[in-house]
Design a protein around this ligand. Structure first.
Ligand code: BG6
Length: 464
């Protein structure tokens, strides 16, 4: 990997707010460890871990023994981490942090992996303390990474954007959506805009409908309180699915640069309209820890959407996402219009292009082909499959890639303030429409509610 050398002439202090949380444990520190073992980054960054509990450095680092594999470098990595107890919302505590950081005057990345309720206050304290300003304005940078959810509705996201933009410029802000770090999601750009055969038919004249599925096999586990306040719509649709959809349907950017890409994605987010929904909850959800026994919260949602622009106007977009289903799978299906002629007997399935995001990574194209025989011309369904594993070795994790992007100042895979607000504008409408509806109950480890097929069959279509 080749990186701009200048970036690494100075070390970087990565300051994690919420270092004792679940995200830090499962994703962030293992990714930082991988970064540390990459020769381009070794010795280039220090980690300052901030949490609200008292802990010695060694007790803090030993938390990661189960998520960071025992390798020779692990102890060296642990030595790079300094843990401090800190009340993030208190200006006096952040002044102490500033004094320490100013002693070395490195570039800084503040990573906020905090409960959404304390985002505003923490960001305000960072700004009031002057931590938003690079230590030496011309030779170092200061950036901030924000975990989702960014607000809990349109109003709160506008307020949060206002707070952060009062001290940080958009160039300094990295709103993270880990789906944008997934290799097959990033590949949608190149697939669409580098392969001429597809871009020319990427519209309502050739495509019949689009389907996006983000299916999960686990329940809410120990996140009952968070989940009961949010549900599938906010947890996954508001961010991951809308981001995928905007990349899949956006116009070609003028150049492959963040400002053009974010503009085109935002145009899509402004044009999505909501038509109908199916809300469901898995049996037993109301007995989960920290979930209200009266909860109407959806653990599954299916939606029908449209995009109001010349390219897409009439075609439906169906999405489904939920927890405690019979599989963990994320995929996007682009279903083409059927070939009208009936020259041949046999299958008349439409051509379907599938972006396989996980657990398999790849692209599948479903076609029709002649069944070998002497004189009959009968069609069968056949598949062409591109598997990442056939071409490329081990891939970096989403978080690792996004951390590198942030270090390099590359914002292509991060969302801009207006994208977030337009996503909320749509989600608020849906949330208003569904909030008083009692969810349909589905069996854990099933395909979801029993009327899921009906939801799409009434448009004479099937889930693919
Ligand atoms: C997170 C959601 O953003 O994405 C979780 O909060 C969900 O509820 C997770 O489980 C899914 O991510 P992935 O990468 O496992 O599909």
């Amino acid at each position: 990997m080749e990186f701009n050398k200048e970036i690494f002439e100075k070390s970087i202090d990565i300051v994690i707010f919420g270092a004792t949380g679940d995200l830090a444990h499962r994703k962030l520190f293992p990714s930082l460890y991988n970064l540390y073992t990459d020769s381009s980054f070794k010795d280039k960054f220090n980690i300052i871990a901030l949490g609200r509990i008292d802990s010695s450095n060694s007790d803090f680092t030993s938390r990661f023994n189960d998520t960071i594999p025992q390798k020779k470098e692990r102890d060296d990595f642990y030595n790079r981490i300094k843990y401090f107890k800190c009340d993030f919302t208190k200006k006096s505590e952040l002044i102490r942090l500033k004094v320490e950081l100013d002693k070395v005057c490195n570039s800084r990345i503040f990573y906020l992996a905090l409960p959404p309720a304390i985002y505003n206050e923490t960001i305000s304290s960072l700004i009031d303390t002057g931590l938003n300003i690079p230590c030496k304005e011309h030779s170092t940078f200061t950036r901030i990474i924000l975990e989702k959810p960014f607000g809990h509705n349109l109003e709160s996201s506008i307020e949060l954007n206002k707070t952060i933009l009062s001290g940080f410029s958009e160039k300094q802000i990295f709103r993270i959506d880990h789906y944008l770090g997934k290799e097959p999601v990033q590949n949608i750009f190149s697939f669409r805009f580098a392969n001429n055969i597809f871009e020319n038919i990427w519209n309502k004249d050739y495509i019949d409908n689009i389907q996006i599925k983000v299916l999960e096999d686990m329940g809410v586990e120990d996140r009952g309180a968070f989940y009961d306040a949010n549900g599938a719509l906010i947890d996954v649709f508001q961010n991951h699915i809308l981001q995928i959809l905007s990349i899949l349907t956006m116009e070609k950017p003028h150049e492959f640069k963040e400002e053009y890409i974010r503009e085109e994605k935002n145009n899509i987010l402004k044009s999505i309209i909501y038509e109908s929904s199916l809300k469901a909850q898995y049996k037993g959800y109301k007995e989960e820890n920290n979930v209200s026994s009266e909860s109407k919260r959806e653990t599954f949602i299916a939606l029908k959407l449209k995009i109001q622009n010349d390219r897409w106007s009439s075609i439906p977009i169906y999405v489904q996402t939920g927890k405690y289903l019979n599989e963990k799978r994320t995929e996007i299906s682009v279903i083409f219009k059927k070939n009208g002629s009936r020259l041949f007997k046999g299958s008349n399935k439409p051509n379907i292009l599938k972006f396989l995001i996980q657990p398999d990574l790849g692209i599948e194209l479903n076609l029709l082909g002649k069944i070998p025989s002497v004189s009959d011309y009968i069609l069968s369904d056949i598949d062409m499959l591109y598997k990442y594993s056939d071409y490329f070795g081990e891939l970096k994790s989403e978080y690792e890639k996004l951390l590198i992007d942030c270090i390099l100042g590359n914002q292509i895979n991060f969302t801009r303030s207006d994208e977030i607000e337009n996503a909320w504008r749509l989600v608020d409408k849906i949330e208003n429409d569904i909030k008083n509806i009692s969810p349909i109950i589905y069996e854990p480890r099933s395909k979801g509610p029993s009327n899921l097929d009906e939801f799409i069959k009434k448009d004479s279509r099937n889930w693919e």
